[in-house]
Design a protein around this ligand. Structure first.
Ligand SMILES: [Zn+2]
Ligand SMILES: [Zn+2]
Length: 195
């Protein structure tokens, strides 16, 4: 009984100071580049997205290409799956045509919209045709991939220049996450143990 109590006590202390310390340091090193939000991978490791782009066939297919070619085929950490069902939690992608704003795309909710376990409730990506219609396909794929990067928790990489997908300006020289960003994302989806 006494020994059993010691084991329990050690277990509690380890979880507070041992695992807890590890958890904190891992999170602290990565949090510069990610928000706390992430998708709950306990169910089939799938992140659902709905391509709701209408009236623009080209942009609609570039969204799918950006998701599959520029994300799914680049890393095993992320697995986006298309859905037509507006139930549960998912990433919604819409097109807009706004001349009065400066952004070509945005991912609403990616910096805020999560539950008490930091699991995203949903993210709304908006793609602005006002700018994207004048872009090359390659550049548009970069915007799509950038917004999906936000939607899985990635923040901007201001200081490291144009070689990052999460560079905030569309003059970026890549249109998919680089190895550094994929490493950050891998940590992000490992440290909390969802996988
Ligand atoms: Zn951005
Ligand atoms: Zn989680």
């Amino acid at each position: 009984m006494k020994k059993f109590t010691k084991v329990i006590l050690f277990g509690i202390l380890f979880s507070i100071f041992g695992y807890g310390g590890f958890w904190y340091s891992t999170q602290a090193s990565a949090e510069t580049y990610v928000w706390s939000g992430h998708w709950d991978y306990t169910y089939k490791m799938e992140i659902r997205f709905m391509n709701n782009v209408t009236g623009n066939t080209k942009l609609r297919s570039l969204v799918n290409n950006g998701v599959y070619d520029n994300w799914n085929n680049k890393t095993s950490s992320i697995n986006f799956v298309s859905t037509n069902s507006a139930t549960g939690r998912f990433i919604l992608v819409d097109n807009v045509d706004f001349s009065s704003v400066t952004w070509s795309g945005k991912a609403e909710g990616s910096s805020t919209n999560w539950d008490g376990s930091y699991h995203y409730n949903g993210v709304k990506i908006k793609l602005n045709e006002h700018y994207l219609d004048g872009y090359t396909d390659w550049k548009t794929l970069g915007v799509v991939a950038h917004e999906f990067g936000h939607a899985v928790g990635l923040r901007h990489r201001e200081l490291n220049g144009r070689g990052y997908l999460m560079y905030p300006n569309d003059s970026r020289t890549v249109n998919a996450a680089n190895s550094d960003e994929l490493g950050v994302l891998k940590n992000h989806y490992n440290w909390h143990g969802c996988q």
